[in-house]
Each structure stands twice: as structure tokens, then as C-alpha cells.
Design a protein around this ligand. Sequence first.
Ligand SMILES: NC(=O)C1=CN([C@@H]2O[C@H](COP(=O)(O)OP(=O)(O)OC[C@H]3O[C@@H](n4cnc5c(N)ncnc54)[C@H](O)[C@@H]3O)[C@@H](O)[C@H]2O)C=CC1
Ligand SMILES: O=C(O)C(=O)Cc1ccc(O)cc1
Length: 361
Amino acid sequence: MRTALVIGTGLIGTSAALALMSRGVIVHLADHDPEQARTATALGAGTDEAPEGPVDLAIVAAPPAHVAGVLADAMRSGVARGYLDVASVKGGPRRELQALGLDLSAYLGTHPMSGREKSGPLAASADLFEGRPWVLTPTRDTDTEVLNLALELVSHCRAVPVVMDADAHDRAVALVSHMPHLVSSMVAARLEHAEEAAVRLCGQGIRDVTRIAASDPRMWIDILSANPGPVADLLADVSADLDETVQALRALQSSDEAKRREGSAGIEDVLRRGNAGQVRVPGKHGSAPRAYEVVAVLIDDQPGQLARIFADAGRAGVNIEDVRIEHATGQQAGLVQLMVEPNAVPILTAALRERGWAIRQ
Ligand SMILES: NC(=O)C1=CN([C@@H]2O[C@H](COP(=O)(O)OP(=O)(O)OC[C@H]3O[C@@H](n4cnc5c(N)ncnc54)[C@H](O)[C@@H]3O)[C@@H](O)[C@H]2O)C=CC1
Ligand SMILES: O=C(O)C(=O)Cc1ccc(O)cc1
């Protein structure tokens, strides 16, 4: 691919443009808000001048509700050899394009499974998609050339291509993205009017559960409106679990011993099913999930502390598999949790102690 046109220069469009630019592709940027395209240009994501002739690939990264319209305009104007979109839902845009009577052989629906809770070009980065799945939904009618252009884009973004049927994709993302998003919002909504004294106690657990609730509601209304059926089915299942859990908790309040045992069994059931689901969440690089051990280190909230810990771990020959930071409430300190292979725990602990770090259990 030598040239590309990104239409919609927000988080995803600008991130893809930055990745393509870094691989030497000439990228043109367009957005219905020219300010967004100017910002993306200033970030080095390409030029906001229109291409002189057809580009190799047009990438539509507008909100889902606008995708079919933007694609239809682009395809009718013949601005590219191949067209793809990156919308979070795939069945709806394809059906809309079909209804508009367009020849879909030059179009491929795609979805990078990577993003952030922030929008706009300023949140973009060239490595946003690195190591993440990028779903492609070709049909029998898709031109091989267009599929190859999409594979080239995915490879330039260092993502991992995954081929799926559009409707199967929509059911899958309802499960792993859309329903969890709503549940996160519902948990976070409980905090809105909570007392300050309670909110101050927030720890890592609630931070993890509510992180995605910070996302732009307009974008998510678009996404959920394009996938309401599968999301409603899953939420109904969650709702059934909620009803049973409330009943079990009420039973735990009973003075009747047998009822309390029943309640306890109900709670255990939901927690155990949660364990069984959680272990299926893929690990690093999409590999099978692995159990890492945690080495917890207390650090001062000062520049250079993390760099020093990582360097000390590196000198000890220990690979840090993952890392989390828990910030202490009301103190200029944090707890860094270094996730490592179990056999590396004694080596890392000894090396860090020797260099004066405070290890916590
Ligand atoms: N935010 C995320 O984490 C992910 C989003 N997606 C999908 O990527 C697409 C873009 O999302 P973001 O980059 O997050 O949104 P964003 O809000 O950061 O950017 C969207 C851009 O599209 C522009 N736009 C809106 N209507 C337009 C139109 N008619 N013509 C041209 N440009 C138009 C907006 O001005 C904005 O610059 C959406 O379809 C979304 O479903 C896919 C994967 C992850
Ligand atoms: O923030 C996260 O962890 C996400 O999962 C973001 C995300 C949002 C929308 C998508 O279509 C894909 C990924």
C-alpha cells in the first residue's frame, strides 16, 4: 500500500494514520470537523489535503451511525481502490450499504479490538493496536485485493488479524465489550451520589471495574444502538444472576440456619462461576491465561522510581510480565505490583531488597 485516506480522524483513525505514516505510507486525512483533521495533521498523522487521484485504501473511522453514509459517499466518488471501516459493530453497516444498492466487493468491514476510554486525535497513538486482535469480516464477494490491503493495514499496525462472520462478531463483542461496558457504567453510577467518606476508600478493584465507564456516552449510544438484541439478551442473563444473588443475600440475613446455608450456597455458586469465566480471559499476546505471582514494592511518588525498579529487575534477569500500580490514599506513595513467573519471585525479591526497596506482602 502506497497511499491511504483516513475519514474520521479521532482516536482510531488518527492512531491508524500514525501507524501507516511510520511505515512510509502517504496518508490523507479528512473529517467532517476540519479542526480534528488539522489536529491529526499537526500530530504527524498525514496531510489534510485531498488526494489528487484514487488512493489504495480508504479507512472510515467515523462513529458507527455515520459509517454507512460516509462509506457510500466515498465509494460513489471512487476515491479509493478499496474501502474499509473500523466500527465496533459489523452487521448493521453492511446491511445499510446493501440497502443503498452499493457493490460491496471493494468493501470490507473490520474492527480493531483495541481502544481507550478517551476520544479524539489527541488520545491517538501509533502503537494502539499492537498485539491486539483486528477482526476482518470478508464475504464470498470481497475482492482479494481489498482483503490483502486490509491485511497490510493490520500488519502495519502490528495487530493480529482474526477472520469472522459479521453477525458472529456482533454477538461476540456484545459478550466481551458491550454488555461489560453497561455493567461498568451501572457500578460506577452507584458512586455518583455516594458519600465522600465512602468514595475515598476506592481501591484497585473498583478502579478496574469502572475504568471503561469514563467513555464518551455519545459514541456508546451509537455502538449499543447498532447491537441492541445481543446486548439485551446478555443483560437479561446478568439480571437473572443479580436476582438470584439478591435472594441469596437476603437468605443470609435470615435467622433460620437452613436458609442461611441456602444463601451461602447461592453466593458460592455465582463466585465459582465467576472464577470459571475469569480463567478463560486470554493472557498476554492472546496466549492461554497464566497465573503470575505478584511482588509488591512500596515506592515514593517521585520521578524515576518506576524506571529504577524496572532496571533493577532487568539486572536481576527477571522479566516483568505485567505491572499494576495502586495509589495510596492521602499519601505520596504507591504500591507497585510486579507480575512475574513463580520461579522468579525469590530472585526478584532478593535483588530488590538488596537494592533497598521496601517489599510488601
Ligand atoms: N473508541 C474505541 O475504543 C474504539 C472505537 N472503534 C470504532 O472506531 C470508530 C471511531 O471511534 P473513535 O475514534 O473512538 O471516535 P472519535 O470520537 O475519537 O472520532 C470520531 C471522528 O469521526 C468524525 N466524524 C463524525 N462524523 C463524521 C462524518 N460524517 N464524516 C467524517 N468524519 C466524521 C468526528 O469528527 C471525529 O473526529 C467508531 O466507529 C468506533 O465504533 C473501534 C475500536 C475501538
Ligand atoms: O478500553 C478497553 O479496554 C476497550 O475494550 C476499548 C474498546 C472500546 C470499543 C471497541 O470497539 C473496542 C475496544
